[in-house]
Ligand binder design. Sequence first.
Ligand code: ASP
Length: 322
Amino acid sequence: MKNILLIHTGGTISMKEDETTGEVKPGEKNPIVDLIKDVPDINIISTELFYLPSPHITPKEMLQIKTYIEEMMEKQTLDGIVITHGTDTLEETAFFLDVTLTLPIPIVITGAMRSSNELGADGLYNLLSALKVATSTNAKDMGVLVVMNDEIHTAKNVTKTHTSNIATFQSPQYGPIGIVNRGGAFFHHKPVINQPLHVAALNKNVLLLKAFAGMDDTLLQKIGNHQLDGLVIEALGQGNLPPMMLPSLKKLLNKGVPIVLVSRCFNGIVQDVYGYEGGGRHLKELGMIFSNGLNGQKARLKLMIALETTTDRKKLEEIFST
Ligand code: ASP
């Protein structure tokens, strides 16, 4: 018998559709809790940590999940952890836990695109798949895994790619690292695992901006007037920005605000290739930090976490190189 800690946090997997209005929302009771009580050979230790739609989840809740897991690991012998979560910000919670935790047991996050009473509801199915992965010894030392629609993805690479399709979670460029079927979990890749980053509190204000053709520094001027500890920009292509943004970016860099560049392309890695004004080479010379293929929302979380222990540019560069 395996002991699996099952943490519910909310999301569509825990919601119901109102048959008259068609509205989907949390009810008085979380329907998935009763649906998953008895599973052969698994002792489920279930907690309803939150009952939130995932657009209401903030890094504060992510830190609470991490702390709760650490406390439970001290108290009990656990063989695996499964978290249910809304799909909108699932990749961010998965990534937060991946960057800050190293556990000797599998840790898996899942959710659903259709609520519990909708035709073709995928919640219970995904949860059973997640339990198969969490009870598999092969799922150890793989980092935090996202299991949806019969696929196993890494928290680092997975992203929500479709507004409503149940095959929404994809890992662009890299693909899933395994599949789930009736027989269990099957892995075909082993991800590279990095050292965890320490985090005990989250007090830094880090914003995320997306670049567009013709972008000037209006938004940058506005955010520069507030307390800003770090900035992530989804730059164009290989890591280039329109030159009109530069005056305010230089001011922020002079004030010591670290600026991390990712690409708004969902494949590939930013590089300091172009030497024109606003090109990657120029931005690097100005002091911007180039990230390693993370998307904007994940780079923002990583910068928030990293800034709790260092503001040193070299150290931040190192952190964003892995
Ligand atoms: N809006 C929902 C949420 O993220 C979507 C879902 O769970 O699929 O909570």
